[in-house]
Design a protein around this ligand. Structure first.
Ligand SMILES: [Zn+2]
Ligand SMILES: [Zn+2]
Length: 361
């Protein structure tokens, strides 16, 4: 929901349907021995399915990113497992790549049926969950107020996220009664570079902050597989939110793209959370960097053209189409502007509760 849906697109309509937008199919594809790709339906703008990878071993299976917390998704999970021939109670592990609802939604439900371990990164946090302890590693940004409710005005003085009222009501209730929202409670939190064995292979945790601060990729050195969640997607770029308590979220994302690119040809198949598995992880990671560098340049050009301080909302029009405007577009624009500010190219001013940016060089 909210923080997730807007995987941004560079080009405007008309355009062909992207892989990530295709509706979930019922097919089950074996990608490597004991590594299966299944798809679950999700209802999020710009995304038609989430890949639930199923990893088999003698104890049963581990599943990765088991979709949203709703009946339609639970039914699909059961159907896929039945097809594979594994009852729900033999799911011994649920791996959640990051704290977005289309990835963690089914985790608690599966755990309630099978007692599965829930594996996440050390930093896993659902940011609006009031029971979550603060992230110990947070690089605290003193001028960024804690931000709990996505529909509230943003730190840069723009409107909040466009959360439909039903969802908003659910989140309000959840903030008072968090149990009702079926948020996962991780039982195993992996540190970066920590090794963990499931599905007959040893996986290496690769902490990849950027899309979220808690994003986790998992690398299987033996078969050359990389579970890469939303960090690197085949044809769209993941949303980079400015609403994280980190000084420069875009730089974090760049560093995390470099981090997976370093694996180079050791990765023979990247397994994204949306869209089809693909071979050239390093190449794709680089393409995504180039995409964002193009956007940074657009902001430099826009600022030169305007030749006056401009708000995040004004600058957002230079990056996103009219129909994409809103809190999410602003949030990503803000992340880009902050990157330029930290680099010393822009200055930020507070103009009566609204941030304004002006180009310095
Ligand atoms: Zn995501
Ligand atoms: Zn996603």
């Amino acid at each position: 929901m909210t923080n997730h849906g807007g995987h941004s697109h560079t080009h405007d309509a008309p355009r062909p349907v992207k892989q990530e937008q295709r509706a979930a199919t019922e097919s089950i594809d074996e990608l490597a021995p004991g590594v299966l790709r299944t798809q679950l339906p999700i209802d999020i703008p710009g995304l038609g399915h989430v890949n639930m990878y199923v990893l088999e071993d003698e104890r049963g299976v581990a599943v990765v990113d088991p979709g949203l917390a709703n009946k339609q998704s639970y039914t699909a999970i059961q159907k896929r497992l039945r097809e594979i021939g594994v009852p729900l109670k033999r799911v011994h592990t649920v791996i959640v790549t990051h704290s977005h609802p289309d990835h963690f939604g089914g985790a608690e439900w599966i755990q309630s049926h099978s007692g599965a371990e829930i594996v996440t990164s050390r930093h896993f946090r659902v940011f609006w969950d009031p029971t979550e302890p603060p992230d110990v590693d947070v690089e605290d940004v003193p001028d960024l107020p804690p931000y709990r409710r996505p529909w509230e005005p943003t730190p840069w003085g723009g409107p909040g996220m466009n959360v439909p009222w039903r969802r908003r009501a659910r989140m309000k209730v959840a903030q008072r009664f968090p149990k009702l929202l079926h948020l996962p409670r991780p039982t195993i939190r992996l540190d970066d570079a920590e090794r963990y064995t499931f599905a007959r292979r040893e996986w290496v945790a690769v902490h990849t902050p950027g899309h979220t601060a808690d994003h986790l990729c998992l690398f299987d050195p033996e078969a050359g597989l990389m579970l890469c969640g939303d960090h690197v997607l085949p044809t769209i770029t993941p949303h980079i939110s400015g609403l994280v308590r980190r000084r420069d979220p875009l730089q974090l994302f760049f560093d995390s793209l470099d981090k997976v690119a370093v694996f180079g040809s050791d990765v023979t198949l990247a397994l994204p959370a949306h869209g089809d598995p693909f071979a050239d992880l390093a190449g794709r990671a680089n393409d995504i960097k180039v995409h964002h560098e193009g956007r940074l340049q657009r902001l430099r050009d826009a600022a030169a053209e305007l030749d006056r301080p401009a708000t995040v909302m004004e600058m957002s029009r230079f990056l996103f189409s009219p129909r994409a405007q809103g809190g999410m577009a602003d949030s990503e624009t803000y992340a880009h502007l902050e990157h330029l500010r930290v680099a010393g190219e822009f200055e930020r001013r507070d103009a009566e509760g609204r941030y304004e940016y002006v180009r310095l060089v």
